[in-house]
Design a protein around this ligand. Structure first.
Ligand code: TYD
Ligand code: MG
Length: 482
């Protein structure tokens, strides 16, 4: 294909920042990462191939003459995913779907492939990670073999990006799936699959392919332990949209978030449940993350959080127990451990809730991860509730950011949060006092505005508060109660 290639050169590419050096050193000069340089033989052949029959030069086009890109979004047939994408896949765009191993990425993209077929498209599915037989097995499990997808999703057991691109040029599918970008390699490079150079080069080639025609490309990408996409940071810059699939591997709920989207809002989230037959959309996401238990339990408080523009009610759970020897434990799952440490300190100094001699465990029900400071008050209340072994009424929600002085700070979108809580049958909300003009419009909800954590705890943990409305309409299903 390419004419006489210039001689290959060895470069040392930093695996964390993709900077290149001529010599190996123990530390990257660009980002100071240790032991991150890997030798990569990179030949200097031009990698920007001009597409056969494509335009000879990239001539400037008047702004008004540029074709509208929105013209033909291709829905993937999964409403939650389409919404997150901003209305479907844009032809010629590249979408990266990231997530931890085993979270359901391949399942999601295979279901999306079937959805593309259902709307009249066809899909080329290049799998470097699994054999066609394995992909077929998954398709059978998802019930796709009896649909048009059985014919119009074509599998390609190939991980060399040049051959994937050639196959895609030959068949011009509406969507090309590459599962995963970490297994993709380019013959133009000698480094191992998954190395920074290979991932970047493969992504570059696939991006070029997308830009030259109507094919939309979906890349599946792995996420490392600390939650960042494996491979070079540049990967996120190369693609048009980055979606991440999150959740607790052993819990059923999955959240599809947008980290970046050139063609839509980054505020949308999709909520799914992993079932026997694949990922199913959750009918009422707002209540999905509420744990069901028999009776009021000390240490449990519900907070109306916002995921993008969507209110979700989430149960914060805390357990406080006397510590043994050594420094007490502070464990947080789904919550920021630094926030937990801070709240423990604020509770001790500003609210008379001393946890210094206690182990503290806190988590969110349903495997959700929330970094919003608006969960502060609920977490603080859950800790105090557990310490005093006094349950908080289950018909009550608490929301607010806690400051270092123990003051409560206002949160964005309070009214939306509270209306959602009211819709789900909650009767009372403890919220920050400040930050509002006009009254709150949340029909059916008794709103208690307080100025500090101490005040909030007085309301939430008042003796008998948990029994106050036990005889009235339940806030949400309480099977254990008469
Ligand atoms: P998979 O899509 O292979 O995850 P990834 O590509 O992100 O590594 O799915 C992984 C898990 O999902 C696997 O452990 C089995 C489970 N699963 C189901 O529960 N139901 C299903 O219908 C499918 C296909 C998978
Ligand atoms: Mg997979």
């Amino acid at each position: 294909m390419s004419p006489a290639r210039p001689r290959a050169e060895t470069r040392y590419v930093c695996q964390s920042c993709a900077a290149e050096q001529l010599r190996w050193e123990g530390q990257c000069r660009a980002c100071a990462a240790c032991n991150s340089l890997v030798d990569t033989v990179e030949d200097r052949a031009p990698v920007r191939h001009r597409p056969a029959g494509g335009p000879a030069t990239a001539a400037p086009v008047a702004l008004g003459d540029v074709e509208e890109p929105e013209s033909a979004r291709r829905p993937v047939g999964i409403a939650e995913m389409d919404r997150v994408l901003g209305g479907g896949l844009v032809p010629g765009s590249v979408v990266l779907v990231g997530g931890e191993p085993g979270i359901g990425k391949s399942t999601l993209v295979l279901q999306a492939a079937a959805g593309v077929v259902a709307s009249g498209g066809d899909v080329l599915y290049a799998s470097g990670e699994e054999s066609p037989a394995q992909v077929r097995l998954r398709a059978a499990r998802l019930g796709l073999l009896a649909t048009a997808a059985a014919q119009r999703v074509r599998l390609l057991a190939e991980s060399e990006v040049g051959r994937i691109v050639d196959a895609a040029r030959d068949s011009a599918p509406s969507v090309l799936v590459v599962d995963s970008i970490q297994t993709a390699t380019s013959d133009e490079l000698d480094g191992p699959a998954g190395s920074v150079g290979q991932v970047r080069q493969s992504a570059l080639r696939l991006t070029e392919l997308a830009k030259e025609g109507g094919t939309a490309v979906i890349l599946v990408g792995h996420v490392t332990k600390d939650g960042t996409l494996a491979g070079p940071k540049t990967l996120e810059h190369l693609v048009d949209a980055v979606l991440t699939l999150e959740g607790e591997r052993y819990a059923a709920l999955r959240l599809l978030r947008t980290v970046k989207n050139r063609f839509g809002s980054t505020d949308e989230v999709g909520v799914f449940e992993m079932r026997e037959d694949g990922l199913a959309e959750v009918a009422d996401p707002a209540r999905a993350f509420l744990a069901e238990h028999e009776a009021d339990a000390p240490g449990s408080v519900v907070v109306p959080t916002m995921e993008g523009t969507r209110p979700l009610l989430v149960e914060v759970q805390a357990l406080v127990a006397p510590a043994g020897y050594g420094s007490p434990r502070r464990t947080a799952a789904g919550l920021d451990p630094n926030r937990l440490a801070l709240l423990v300190a604020v509770l001790a100094r500003r609210a008379g809730v001393g946890l210094g001699a206690h182990d503290v465990y806190a988590n969110l029900a349903g495997g959700l991860h929330v970094d919003e400071p608006a969960t502060d008050l609920a977490l603080a209340a859950a800790l105090a509730s557990s310490l005093r072994d006094r349950a908080i009424d289950r018909g009550t929600v608490a929301v607010g950011e806690v400051g270092l002085l123990g003051e409560l700070r206002p949160v964005a979108g309070l009214e939306r949060r509270l209306r959602e809580a009211a819709r789900l049958g909650f009767r009372r909300a403890v919220v920050p006092r400040g930050g509002r003009r006009g009254p709150l419009d949340a029909p059916g909800l008794e709103v208690v505005a307080v100025g500090s954590v101490r005040e909030a705890l007085d309301v939430l943990l008042a003796p008998g508060a948990d029994r106050a409305e036990a005889s009235s309409e339940p806030g949400r299903p309480r099977p254990g109660r008469a």
